[in-house]
Design a protein around this ligand. Sequence first.
Ligand code: HEC
Length: 133
Amino acid sequence: MKLISLIFGLFLFFKISWLHQNKPLEESIADGAGIYQDFCVQCHLDSGEGVSGVFPPLAASDYLLNNIDLSIKGIKYGLNGPIKVNGETYDGVMQNQGLEEEEIADVMNYILNSWNNSSEQVITLQRVSQIQE
Ligand code: HEC
């Protein structure tokens, strides 16, 4: 009996902490919008259009939409060296923006679902945590 309540208690604990970490997608996108304005808009601009040849676009970006894990990695640890975005080569430097893992999940959900971008994938805190340098 004790064992059962222990197992049940553990289950409840993990269930609650899971719920706590993963807010609904709409809320994550809304929080991500604020983070985007604070940390990303100066380079990738208001509509995610970027600046051709200097700051790659996020709107309709084949790099972002096809390389979600690499994009998370770039936001988490920084990104430099040549990459191709929609056929154009960029060879710039994006610093690590110093975001918390939850903020990275939120901003990813925002950019994956803005400016006509859409993604089946919901980015969770767990996914961001698992991505290593
Ligand atoms: C100081 C300018 C700057 C800021 C601020 C910045 N980026 Fe970037 N970003 C870049 C550059 C430059 C690259 C390309 C790096 C390269 O050439 O390897 C890039 C690449 C990317 C890419 C992959 C390429 C693409 O266009 O799909 C993503 C995704 C991205 N940035 C998202 C973000 C997000 C989200 C933020 C805010 C948290 C952000 N960036 C903040 C300059 C910036």
